[in-house]
Design a protein around this ligand. Structure first.
Ligand code: IMP
Ligand code: MG
Length: 180
């Protein structure tokens, strides 16, 4: 598995430090709010589990899974909810935990979907945010790292289902894409 990685973009120790900083910052903002922290499956699961353990406050956790389909360049494209939340978020302070923002479509649509349920507030925490032009004005309150517009794997992120269990994020070798 490791031989497929061209280079490590952010190592495990560096990610750990940044997640701890984010946890501290979010803790300050939410210490009296008992937020509902939502993990967007599956890619965010590693970040989520590290982040919540860096937040020593009362919270609830919930999970959702969604997949985008249709023409991704069309803003009215659909979002299919594969797994919905277990509990109501009405009147609650929601923190949406996402692995990576690329085009922004997924998070844009999930935000629209959840806002209809009248949460008291909703904020996004994304570990990685790709530096690229977007169709949408996105408000990402907490970002771990801004990264170059490259396809990365590890720390929860996959390529065709593989590499999620790497403890760092890295860029795949070209021949991996070309060989599959
Ligand atoms: P967006 O809707 O274009 O912002 O894409 C977001 C989703 O695509 C993320 O939740 C990831 O699951 C996936 N994704 C985007 N970029 C990458 C990447 O570089 N590596 C792995 N998955 C990615
Ligand atoms: Mg994802």
């Amino acid at each position: 598995m490791e031989k497929d990685i061209a280079y490590v973009m952010h190592g495990a120790e560096e990610i750990g430090k940044r997640v701890a900083e984010l946890g501290k910052e979010i803790t300050e903002d939410y210490k009296d709010k008992k937020p509902v922290v939502i993990c967007i499956l599956r890619g965010a699961v590693t970040f989520f589990s590290d982040l919540i353990r860096a937040m020593p406050i009362f919270m609830n956790v919930d999970f959702m899974a969604a997949s985008s389909y249709g023409n991704s360049t069309v803003s009215s494209g659909e979002l299919k909810i594969k797994k919905d939340l277990e509990e109501s978020i009405e009147g609650r302070h929601v923190i949406l935990v996402e692995d990576i923002i690329d085009s922004g479509l997924t998070i844009h649509r999930i935000l629209g979907f959840l806002k209809e349920r009248n949460p008291a507030s909703i904020a996004v925490a994304a570990l990685f945010n790709k530096e690229r032009p977007r169709e949408y004005e996105l408000d990402i309150k907490y970002t771990g790292f801004s990264i170059e517009d490259q396809f990365v794997v590890g720390y929860g992120l996959d390529y065709a289902g593989d590499y999620r269990n790497l403890p760092y994020i890295g860029v795949l070798k070209r021949e991996v894409y070309e060989g599959k």
